[in-house]
Design a protein around this ligand. Structure first.
Ligand SMILES: [Zn+2]
Length: 422
């Protein structure tokens, strides 16, 4: 059990923030004396429990809190942390747009547990200057005016989610909307106007329907798409951040909406069916890429899908030629190179395409549905995927997974150097 109740107040012009969080947790083992949290470069001011100050230390982005006495397994605690920070990443400030938004690295703005296998519910109050529009996780509980021309937005997400999909965006946005499958659609941008936003995100409702069918679980709640000053694109719980530049590109070229579909697909594959650790990241990113291509196939026809597949294959060929092919699963995912990212994103999607060809339409999509439903709200590994796909197809996939998921093509033998010393 893990729950965060947090209050965050960014200072957009000052590129800083103040925050406080109550972390509710239950101890997992006997005799625990120290709790550990991720706290990025945040400066911790005070740690307490029920008003009683606790001893803590901050070292290497970790906050260690000492319990007054060894705890028992299952024992509940609620730790209050007051902090401030001026994060260099994790939170983007664009004062010229009156804008602030999160960009992964949640522990740079919220003291939390970063590991993707830890899921927690969240109650977040964000205080921003009056007149800004804001988007957050879960449902909006209240919006209230505070003194000093400030507004507070409070959202609550009761579904436990991994902390890396926590976030918010606030800015001087124009807004348009639509109706999704089971909730509202919101489109926001500081640069595009309502009609352009409706055109840009015209397919969002269809995407939600399509992925919901493929997942065997319908999307529920509001889904928001926000164009921010700059990002390569990122999924958060209940919304996506895309860049204004990308938005303009898609307006010109609707076929470029693959990234919109990719981020939307993460609402299932990534956010709800989550890689157990970052070494299994391909289960998030390969899936999102593959599902986006499947959507393009549904929307624009098979050629659009094939074009994607050919692109993945070309990237994989390049990896192999340069000896940079790697198993989809990584022992550790610290400091990945561009080639490592290509393995996870492109080869990952390509391998799902190969699996689709291998199993045929019926068995493959039945497997995807079973996998998604079985692990919805949980962590996954490649072995979990294999087991489900084997059951769905009645096939032994050990050779396929050994070759494509756990294995890599050996580096090509170097041509021997010409012998100059004749
Ligand atoms: Zn992604």
């Amino acid at each position: 059990m893990l729950h965060y109740t947090a209050r965050i107040e960014p200072d957009i012009a000052g590129r800083a923030l103040r925050g406080q969080v109550s972390i509710r947790l239950a101890l997992r083992s006997e005799g625990v004396q120290q709790l550990e949290f991720d706290a990025g470069e945040l400066e911790i001011e005070k740690v307490s429990e029920r008003g009683r100050a606790l001893v803590f230390e901050k070292a290497e982005q970790r906050l260690r809190v000492r319990l007054p006495q060894p705890g028992k397994s299952g024992e509940r605690h609620e730790i209050d942390v007051v902090y401030r920070g001026a994060p260099r990443y994790g939170l983007e400030f664009h004062p010229e747009r009156g804008e602030v938004y999160t960009i992964f690295s949640t522990s740079q703005w919220l003291v939390c547990i970063d590991a993707p296998s830890e899921r927690a519910s969240l109650d977040l109050t964000l205080t921003v200057p009056s007149g800004l529009k804001a988007v957050g996780n879960g449902r909006l509980v209240s919006k209230s005016a505070l003194g000093g021309r400030r507004d507070s937005y409070r959202w609550r997400q009761d579904q436990p989610m991994p902390s890396y999909v926590y976030g918010f965006a606030a800015g001087r946005y124009n807004e348009a909307g639509g109706t999704g499958e089971n909730g509202e659609l919101r489109f926001l941008s500081a640069e595009l106007q309502g009609p352009q936003l409706r055109k840009l995100f015209a397919d969002s409702a269809d995407m939600l329907r399509f992925f919901g069918r493929r997942a065997g679980i319908r999307y529920r709640g509001t889904y928001s798409q926000v164009l921010v000053a700059k990002t390569i694109g990122q999924e958060l719980d209940g919304f996506a951040l895309l860049s204004e530049a990308y938005g303009r590109e898609v307006l010109e070229k609707p076929e470029a909406q693959g990234l919109i579909a990719h981020e939307l697909a993460h609402q299932w594959w990534g956010n709800m069916v989550t890689n157990r650790d970052w070494g299994q990241f391909w289960l998030n990113e390969g899936f999102a890429n593959f599902m986006a291509a499947a959507y393009l196939e549904h929307r624009f026809g098979e050629a659009a899908y094939r074009e994607r597949v050919d692109g993945w294959k070309r990237r994989l060929d390049k990896l192999r030629e340069s000896g940079k092919d790697h198993a989809l699963v990584y022992a550790n995912w610290n400091k990945p190179t561009a080639d490592d990212r290509a393995v996870v994103y492109q080869k990952g999607a390509y391998v799902l395409h190969l699996l689709r060809e291998e199993l045929g339409e019926r068995a493959f999509w039945r497997g995807v549905r079973t996998y998604t439903r079985a692990y919805y709200g949980h962590s996954v590994t490649s072995a979990d995927l294999r087991q489900v796909m084997e059951r769905a197809s009645g096939r032994d996939l050990s050779a396929f997974f050994a070759r494509w998921v756990d294995g890599a093509e050996p580096a090509p033998a170097m041509a021997s150097k010409p012998d100059l010393a004749k």
